[in-house]
Design a protein around this ligand. Structure first.
Ligand code: ZN
Length: 421
């Protein structure tokens, strides 16, 4: 078997995207007589600088001579929009089975998704393992291409996306998609098919707004189900449809962490105590501080996360949570959190048992008295707090979901879930 990886072929200005070229590559390999086993769409660390739109790389698993695959992918790179100076395409051809990538290549994939690589890391490793590569405009895409090669060996959890492409003459123009049919198809496919729409924001999340060739992308846990939803959507003509196996919706970017050890540009799952009351600041962003072992970290739910901010505002000082998100500018950008232990009482000044009015403090540690009734109390009393937030996992809505973040509805979480749809 041969794995052909490509990356960094997106162009903001010229409307090209890596998934489109990946689909074209798979088609050309098939035309050359190579049975294509699958096309992998791998989302890399969403925080990484120089990222292309969506930070996606593609790997095609097929049965072809590596030299032939190299000729074909080299030709495909010519179709990448190299006129865009932010685009730096690269391809890697690996002579190995998809689940048999060498350990350093598998680790490279994990690091590309969870941490960060320099181009030199990719060049060195490609040389060491003896893979062929092809480049244009600096070939920065070799990083993602090599990561895509190692991904199938490195990870076990995969989902599907059925991407429908537009006719070339329509690229850049407004998409003609019947929203009623999108919402009906989304409803029919849920929960196997997820993040098709955001019902509260009334947004067709599956339809991109960029000038890329994608008409819509339908994501889910089952290849037949995503294709079926795609087919139910009424729209302008579909030029081509391609099924990708992806790491979208898997949380592959999250690593276990502690507040003390977090790094900028990495994403974590960490447990902490809420240290300050959530505060809504200018622009509608909600901030709070988390604490663990004497260390504090600011966390935030930004305005685009919409109704998720209400869940974050529902937190109180003392709550124990597991928080997930990327650390950027010293702030944990919340994607989801689990409320583990909830503060259900607060200590308040006691009321007089006779007249019901609030008692007054007699002095430091001297307790409380009612001046009118001469009743007294030794100190503050516990009183239940009204809490609206239940224990369990909360998440950003589909409209704010990162490609790689796992929707709660997919299951496998360690507490009750409160999925957004
Ligand atoms: Zn009284």
């Amino acid at each position: 078997m041969t794995i052909v990886g490509i990356d960094d072929t997106d162009s903001r200005t010229l409307g090209m995207c890596t998934t489109y070229l990946g689909a074209e590559l798979a088609g050309l390999l098939r035309d050359a007589g190579a049975p294509v086993e699958r096309t992998l769409l791998v989302r890399l660390n969403p925080a990484v600088e120089h990222k292309t739109r969506g930070n996606a790389a593609v790997a095609v698993h097929c049965d072809i001579e590596p030299a032939t695959a190299h000729e074909i992918v080299d030709e495909v790179l010519d179709r990448a929009a190299t006129g865009d100076d932010q685009t730096s395409p690269g391809a890697v051809v690996a002579d190995c089975s998809p689940d048999g990538a060498p350990e350093p290549v598998a680790q490279f994939a994990v690091d590309a998704i969870q941490t960060h690589h320099e181009l030199a890391d990719a060049r060195t490793l490609i040389e060491e393992v003896g893979y062929r590569s092809a480049t244009r405009a600096g070939g920065r895409g070799r990083i993602g291409a090599l990561a895509a090669v190692g991904a199938w060996t490195a990870f076990d959890e995969w989902t599907y996306e059925c991407i429908s492409y537009r006719e070339r003459g329509r690229w850049g123009s407004e998409r003609a998609v019947d929203h009623g049919s999108v919402f009906a198809a989304a409803e029919a496919g849920y929960p196997t098919v997820w993040d098709t729409v955001d019902r509260v924001e009334e947004t067709a999340v599956c339809v991109p707004r960029t000038p890329c060739p994608i008409l819509h992308g339908i994501r889910g846990d089952d290849p037949d189900a995503v294709r079926s939803v795609a087919e139910q959507i009424e729209s302008e003509a579909v030029a081509d449809r391609h099924l990708f196996v992806t790491n979208q919706g898997t949380d592959a970017h999250l690593q276990p962490g502690t507040i003390e050890t977090v790094h900028e540009g990495h994403s974590y799952r960490l447990t902490a105590t809420v240290a300050t009351e959530p505060e809504t600041r200018e622009g509608g962003h909600v901030f709070l501080d988390l604490e663990d072992g004497g260390e504090q970290l600011q966390a935030a739910a930004f305005e685009p996360t919409k109704r998720f901010r209400d869940r974050v505002r529902g937190l109180r000082v003392g709550d124990q949570i597991t928080a997930c998100g990327e650390v950027s500018d010293g702030t944990l950008k919340l994607e989801k959190f689990a409320l583990r232990e909830r503060v259900d009482t607060e200590r308040v000044t006691p009321d007089c048992p006779d007249c019901g009015r609030s008692m007054k403090s007699v002095g430091a540690n001297a307790g409380y008295r009612c001046r009118d009734c001469a009743t007294s109390a030794p100190g503050k009393v516990e009183q239940p707090v009204e809490r609206t937030l239940e224990l369990g996992w909360y998440e950003v809505p589909p409209v704010a979901r990162r490609h790689i973040a796992k929707p709660l509805v997919r299951g496998g979480f360690d507490a009750l879930i409160h999925p957004e749809r």
